[in-house]
Design a binder for this molecule. Structure first.
Ligand SMILES: O=C(O)c1ccccc1N[C@@H]1O[C@H](COP(=O)(O)O)[C@@H](O)[C@H]1O
Length: 212
């Protein structure tokens, strides 16, 4: 199966259009106030209306409460919820209540971090391996940090998965060849500055994924 791509942290019709035209399988909308990519509900609704049925709309959250998930699902017509820093019991409760596909972000710095993924068997649909951000960071992702992809070598994945963290057009081919990632996910690698997506970089990234 060819690797597909999620373009995350979109906030304008122009860059959303670049992701869709370039063949992204998923687009990501961030609902986390401290993020420079945080979306209001009105903007989420405006963008969601532009996304064709065959492209998944993924909401990105950090240990969210139910009111936020509910409002974001309605506004962004979300197909999937990407949960960062969310304990297994809470993930199970969110899945039960909101009935959406669940992606759980697992923060990776060393090999032992991968073991966290098994704790989400039966309650998540996909694990997103992302680089662990430094202690005290404002964000648990979206900082352009990469982890050592060698850590994934010979790892027996407990669930379907995706790769993120510090990818860009120049590195994604190696990332796919080295890890066999079925989906790659990117945010800051297709930006000019944090939160300011670049349509040209999105096109370049998606072309590199297609060529890998
Ligand atoms: O992008 C954000 O602002 C963000 C906020 C809170 C949680 C996750 C966030 N982004 C996710 O981080 C990864 C990797 O991003 P990058 O390519 O290294 O910049 C990606 O999955 C985003 O969905």
């Amino acid at each position: 199966m060819p690797t597909t791509a999620k373009i995350c942290g979109l906030s304008t019709p122009d860059t959303l259009g670049a992701a869709i035209r370039g063949g992204a399988s998923h687009v990501g909308f961030v609902f986390f106030a401290p993020s420079p990519r945080n979306l209001g509900f009105d903007r989420a609704a405006q963008l969601a209306a532009l996304v064709p049925q065959n492209v998944g709309k993924v909401g990105v959250f950090v240990d969210p409460d139910d009111a936020l998930v509910e409002a974001a699902c309605a506004a962004g017509r979300l197909n999937a919820l990407q949960l960062h820093a969310t304990a297994p019991e809470r993930v199970a409760a969110i899945r039960e209540r909101h009935g959406r596909e669940i992606w759980v972000a697992v923060a990776v710095r060393r090999r032992a971090d991968l073991d966290t993924a098994a704790g989400y068997r039966g309650i998540a649909d996909r694990i997103l391996y992302d680089a662990k951000t430094p202690e005290g960071s404002a964000l648990p992702g979206g900082m352009g940090l990469r982890f050592d992809w060698n850590l994934l070598a010979d790892f027996r994945h407990p669930l379907p998965w995706a790769l993120s963290g510090g990818l860009d057009a120049a590195s994604v081919g190696d990332a796919i060849r080295q890890t066999g990632a079925p989906i790659v996910d990117i945010s800051s690698g297709v930006e000019r500055t944090p939160g300011d997506k670049d349509a040209g970089k999105i096109a370049e990234f998606l072309a590199a994924v297609a060529a890998a």
